[in-house]
Structures are given as structure tokens and as C-alpha cells.
Write a protein that binds this ligand. Structure first.
Ligand code: GAL
Length: 666
């Protein structure tokens, strides 16, 4: 049995933190959970202070009662390791665990996550707690999954304390072996930064001006790995004590400090938290990018939406609600992108504390509320389609995304501070989404051989090895679309020999002589439409110019390279032009939308498995839409699952359709 169908269907539930309430409320909780179709809850995320009220004095009695009640109610538990936020006594006894900022400020307890990831004391106490927890709950019937930590690096992703400095030096020593290799990698001959010993190296603390960028980049890598080491420490204990219980943690969507690609293979299921802003009309597109990345990071396996808001969050300046239907739509969207569970933060809205205005599945007003009714209706719907669990998404187009490049691109002293990795990825993902094309988001080292088109948004940092893989992909007949300021530096932020595009020069059939960043708000006319942000002075070395600025400077080029083609976009065209550029690249690559002819604002996705193909249709608009289907499908959300050739979707509506997989038809 795969990890994702151990629930016998899709997972539905949320963070369950009953500690905030008198004990009596739990009887009502389990009744309401049954009413809402809840089958999976995350318990104990912030439980450390309660289970270890004094050093080593573990008391699991509170959670024993909760676990027993959930087991009796048939609800599976994703049990947290409770290490996300240390109890106050630990910081009092060991203030050295507290994190320190770049400018030397010590962060105090009183919020959450007040620990230095490199702290041996924190790690030791966390490990002891996890040992005790695993031993105590290993045979509990409610235990289904382990939820390690919580949103690693959400508040404290880098620590600059002396302990972190020691750990950073160890890390550098392992990476470079000798100090001269580090000096070469960091270009320390500039600005008199040459080191003669690893002992002289510090984290990039606040300095008179720009810190060494390679040092900053390595510190981001180190900090990511320091957090990951905390995860791995716990995972190793859990895998030893309970080898059959899958482990996961919940990543934040679009979270710069934590390189999901470098963590994903260390867990059984990728968990993602997603809080799209209801006030932003393109929220669902940005969410789609995060979902496709979460799936792509784990070989296309189903992933879990571990947290989303039932309605509003409380941590933006203005916190919009999810209007009627939007929570359902966005939940189904996660499933359309391959999620096997839809969970929320949190079950019951807090009555006190910092998040009392964050929505809950059971709002302050109780179960007789719009939010609870919508939650319960969705729970019933998901329970009716268990066959979706474990099915997979497959796409013909890949978009590349890389944390190393993200980190490096957004360091100080670049030609333009307008280049933000996620925004730039969205400039490419967005048109594909609008054209109805399914996308896998992958790291640059991924196997690309099955893809018809590979899109490379500004991958500023591209190693020789990864550039070589892209060139091989094209040589073998692949189609590549690359955007400006790609392949500028190597893995240590050193400019490639000969400048941009370094090792991609032959494949692109051009070189970039000078970057021409735009002034704030400046636009450049194109034959049709405009561009902004950036232009490049390009020297053509074999590529054809498909689109030029009025002065003849290339805007889009195309080069035949061995059996494939490479397009290069030297600027940021407006949405209409970018969509046309993308459509042309798709057509040449022979890559199709999921459902050709889909009305504007609609999304279609296919999941397959168990001999069946599931077509999910999502209406992201506030108008009704009619969709003619290419085949007869069973309408799984309609009573009696009738066969249909056309569906009408109301505003923000969803349709889930199924048929036998074409390959299995006689
Ligand atoms: C997440 C976190 C939860 C809760 C939630 C509110 O970052 O894991 O504990 O704070 O945000 O949106």
C-alpha cells in the first residue's frame, strides 16, 4: 500500500490544538469532525511546553486522552514531534539556544521558534523528546504519520550566533577542505578578504557594506542544511522506532530559506502549506506554481496540502476572506495539482493568542456558520471520491526552478533589484497556466528527457553540469525556452568565462555583450505590445531573430541546435506578447493544452491511475462556464455519477469527471 492511500481515500482535516480549550470541548470536536468528514488531524505541533513541563519530566497524559478519543472516532493522527517551539524553561536555563540576527540582536522567547538550528542544546533536547514520544506512541492505533517540526525556518531561518559561526566553519571545511580552495571560490582577493585559516570566518554578519556574495550564498546553503539536520535528527529516531510510519514535514510555499529540492527525498510525503491571498486575482496561479513544484520535487508523487486557511488569515495587513465557494475551489485546485490530502490550519478558531483572528474550520460562531458548512460540504465531497487518492499527474512541459539561483539572484549589488526569482518564474508559469498547459516544476538537474518543452526562467546561477544537461536535452531533439540573465554565474557566484550565457552560448547561438536594465516604470515598445524591466545587447552567433525592438535589438531569438531548438527571450514582454511567444514554442514542441478550447479563466487537469483517467475542471471566474467534453465522462460529483458530454460550471465551481484510461479501452 502506498503511503498516500493508507487513509483509504483523500485526507481531510487540519491542525487539532485542543489544548486551548477546556477538556469538555473535545467530545463536541469529535462529533463535529464526523459531521465534516474529517479523517486526518495534525496533533501536538506546539505541545512541547505541555508534555515536558520540567527538564526530562515527560507527561503525555493530556495527549494520551486526545489520541485515544481520536482513535475511537476513527480519525488518523499526523502526530507532531512537538519540537517547533521550545518551552520557556529551556530558554531560561540555556539562553545560548536563542537565535541571533545579522546585526547581533538576540531574539527572545515569547513568540515561537526561538531556537538556533545549530544549537547542540536545542538539538539534544529535541532528540530526547522525540525518543520519548516515539517510544510512547509507537503502537498507538491513531498514529498514522509523523509530522516533524513545523514549517522549518518560518520565522528563524538563519542564525548568526557564535555556535552558528562554529557550525558554519565546520560546514565550510567539509565543503572546501583547504582554505585556498575557499579563497578561490569566494574571490577573496577582491577587497582584501583573503583568509589564512577557517577560524577567521564568520557568518555574514552586518558589515560596513556588501558582504562577500559567495560567503552569503554559502551561508544560505549552510543555513538550509542546518535546519535540515534538525529534521534528519528527528527522522532518524522515528524511522528506527516506527519504521512503518511515514514521516513528513510541512514546507511553506515560495519560501526562500528552505530548498525544498534538497529536502524532499528525505521524507515519505511532501507536505505543503499554502495561503493564497484572496485579494490578489493571480493567487491561484502562484499557488499552482508551488503545487507543481511540491509534486515535482518528489518524483511526481502525490503530496499533502498540510495547511490552508478555511477563510481569512490574520497575518497580512488586510486579511481578505475566502468568499463563498473559493475555499472549495482552491482545495480542489490542490487536488488537481496532485494533492492527496486537504488539511487546514486549524480545526477550531483560537479564543486567545496571536492567531485568534485566523479562521478555523469551526469558527468562533460554532458549527452554524458559513465556513463550517462549506468545510463539511467539502469533506463529504472528498469522501465520495476515494479513487482519486494515489493517482498521478503527468505533463509534457517543465519549468525549471532552483533555490541556489534564487539565493544568488537576490543578493545585493546586481544590475537591477527588479529581478525576483519567484516573480520571474511566474512570468513564465502564468502564460502556460493561462494557455491551459499542465506543467511540472523541476530542479535543473532533473531528467528532462520525457518533456516536449522545457522553460528556463531567469536561472542566473547555472552550473556547467546543469548547462550541459540542458544542451544534451536539446541535442536529443528537445525544445528549450530560456529567458534573460540566465547562466550568468557558476555555483559560487563567479561570472562564467566570456560572460552570459557561459556554457549555454553554443546552444543559444548568441552571446550577451551588455545588460540594459530598465529604469523604474520604463517600458520599451515592441512591434506589437511592450516590454519592461530588462533588455540585453545581444551578439547573434547563428540564432534567428523572431522578434526585435524598433532599433533592431533582438527581443526573442530561436536557434536550431543539433536535433532541437532553443528560444531566448532578452526582455520581459507584456503578458499578451509572452503568451504568444510561449504559444509558438509550445506549437513547435508539439505540446498541447490539457483540454484544448477551454473557456478563459477555466483550469483543466488530469490525474490517472487504477485504469482510470480523472479530468478535473475548475472555474476560477465568477461567471458560469459551459465545457464541451472530448469524450463521455462520469460526473463524479453529481448524484448517481451520470455520464455526460458537457458540463456547466457555476461561478467558482468544480467538476470531477472520470473515464477508463484510453489505453485500457477495447
Ligand atoms: C503557519 C503555521 C501555523 C499557523 C499558520 C497561520 O505558518 O504553521 O502554525 O501559524 O501559519 O496561517
Amino acid at each position: 500500500m502506498s503511503f498516500t492511500d493508507r487513509l483509504g481515500g483523500l485526507g481531510f482535516g487540519g491542525d487539532y490544538n485542543p489544548e486551548q480549550w477546556p477538556d469538555e470541548i473535545r467530545a463536541e470536536d469529535v462529533l463535529l469532525m464526523a459531521e465534516a468528514g474529517v479523517n486526518l488531524v495534525t496533533v501536538g505541533v506546539f505541545g512541547w511546553a505541555r508534555v515536558e513541563p520540567a527538564p526530562g519530566a515527560y507527561d503525555f497524559s493530556y495527549f494520551d486522552a486526545v489520541m485515544d478519543e481520536l482513535a475511537a472516532a476513527g480519525v488518523t493522527v499526523d502526530l507532531a514531534t512537538m519540537t517547533a517551539s521550545p518551552p520557556p524553561w529551556l530558554a531560561t536555563e540555556h539562553p545560548e539556544i536563542l537565535p541571533v540576527t545579522e546585526s547581533g540582536t538576540v531574539l527572545s522567547p515569547g513568540g515561537r521558534q526561538h531556537y538556533c538550528p545549530s544549537s547542540p542544546v536545542y538539538r539534544d533536547r529535541a532528540a530526547r523528546l522525540v525518543e520519548a514520544l516515539a517510544a510512547h506512541y509507537q503502537a498507538h492505533p491513531a498514529l498514522g504519520f509523523w509530522h516533524i517540526g513545523n514549517e522549518y525556518g518560518c520565522h528563524v531561518s538563519e542564525c548568526f550566533c557564535d555556535e552558528s559561526a562554529r557550525d558554519f566553519r565546520r560546514w565550510l571545511h567539509t565543503r572546501y577542505g583547504d582554505i585556498e580552495r575557499l579563497n578561490a571560490a569566494w574571490c577573496t582577493d577582491f577587497w582584501s578578504q583573503r583568509y589564512t585559516s577557517f577560524d577567521q570566518i564568520l557568518p555574514p554578519r552586518l558589515a560596513p557594506t556588501y558582504a562577500n556574495p559567495a560567503q552569503q550564498l554559502d551561508f544560505k546553503r549552510f543555513s538550509n542544511e542546518a535546519l535540515r539536520a534538525c529534521f534528519e535528527l528527528e527522522a532518524a529516531i522515528l524511522r528506527r522506532v516506527t519504521p512503518d510510519v511515514p514521516v513528513l514535514t510541512n514546507f511553506l510555499a515560495h519560501h526562500k530559506p528552505v530548498d525544498l529540492h534538497s529536502w524532499a527525498d528525505r521524507m515519505d510525503i511532501v507536505g505543503l502549506d499554502s495561503y493564497p491571498d484572496p485579494f490578489w486575482p493571480r493567487s491561484h496561479v502562484a499557488a499552482g506554481l508551488a503545487y507543481d513544484l511540491a509534486r515535482g520535487a518528489h518524483g511526481g508523487d502525490p503530496w499533502y496540502l498540510v495547511e490552508q486557511a478555511p477563510s481569512a488569515v490574520n497575518w497580512r495587513g488586510r486579511n481578505g476572506i475566502k468568499e463563498p465557494g473559493r475555499m472549495r475551489l482552491w482545495s480542489w485546485q490542490a487536488i488537481a495539482h496532485g494533492a492527496d490530502a486537504v488539511l487546514y490550519f486549524q480545526w477550531r478558531q483560537s479564543r486567545g493568542g496571536a492567531e485568534k483572528f485566523h479562521s478555523g474550520m469551526v469558527p468562533h460562531g460554532g458549527a452554524d456558520t458559513r465556513v463550517f458548512r462549506e468545510v463539511a460540504a467539502l469533506g463529504a465531497e472528498l469522501a465520495a471520491v476515494p479513487e482519486l487518492a494515489g493517482t498521478r499527474v503527468a505533463n509534457e512541459v517543465a519549468v525549471l526552478f532552483d533555490w541556489n539561483s534564487w539565493w544568488a539572484l537576490e543578493l545585493d549589488s546586481r544590475p537591477s533589484d527588479g529581478l525576483k526569482a519567484v516573480d520571474r518564474a511566474l512570468d513564465h508559469y502564468g502564460p502556460l497556466f493561462d494557455l491551459g498547459v499542465g506543467v511540472d516544476v523541476l530542479p535543473p538537474g532533473a531528467d528532462l528527457s520525457g518533456y516536449k518543452l522545457v522553460v528556463v526562467p531567469n536561472l542566473y546561477l547555472l552550473t556547467e553540469e546543469h548547462a550541459g544537461r540542458l544542451a544534451d536535452y536539446v541535442s536529443a531533439g528537445g525544445h528549450l525556452l530560456v529567458s534573460f540573465f540566465t547562466s550568468v554565474v557558476d555555483g559560487n557566484d563567479r561570472v562564467h568565462h566570456g560572460g552570459c550565457p557561459g556554457p549555454l552560448r553554443e546552444a543559444l547561438g548568441l552571446r550577451v555583450e551588455e545588460y540594459l536594465p530598465a529604469a523604474e516604470g520604463e517600458t520599451f515598445p515592441l512591434a506589437e505590445g511592450t516590454a519592461d524591466l530588462w533588455r540585453e545587447d545581444v551578439r547573434i552567433e547563428g540564432a534567428d531573430v523572431l522578434l526585435a525592438f524598433p532599433d533592431g535589438t533582438p527581443a526573442v531569438t530561436r536557434n536550431r541546435f543539433a536535433a532541437g531548438t532553443v528560444r531566448y527571450v532578452t526582455t520581459r514582454p507584456d503578458e499578451t506578447v509572452m503568451r504568444a511567444v510561449m504559444a509558438e514554442a509550445l506549437a513547435e514542441a508539439g505540446a498541447e493544452p490539457v483540454l484544448p478550447g477551454l473557456p478563459d479563466g477555466m483550469q483543466a487537469a488530469v490525474r490517472s491511475g487504477g485504469g482510470r483517467e480523472f479530468l478535473l475542471l475548475l472555474n476560477h471566474t465568477t461567471q458560469a462556464r459551459t465545457v464541451d467534453l472530448p469524450h463521455r465522462f462520469h460526473h463524479l460529483l453529481a448524484p448517481g455519477r451520470p455520464e455526460v458530454e458537457q458540463v456547466i460550471l457555476h461561478p467558482r465551481d468544480v467538476a470531477v469527471l472520470a473515464r477508463h484510461s484510453p489505453s485500457e479501452e477495447t
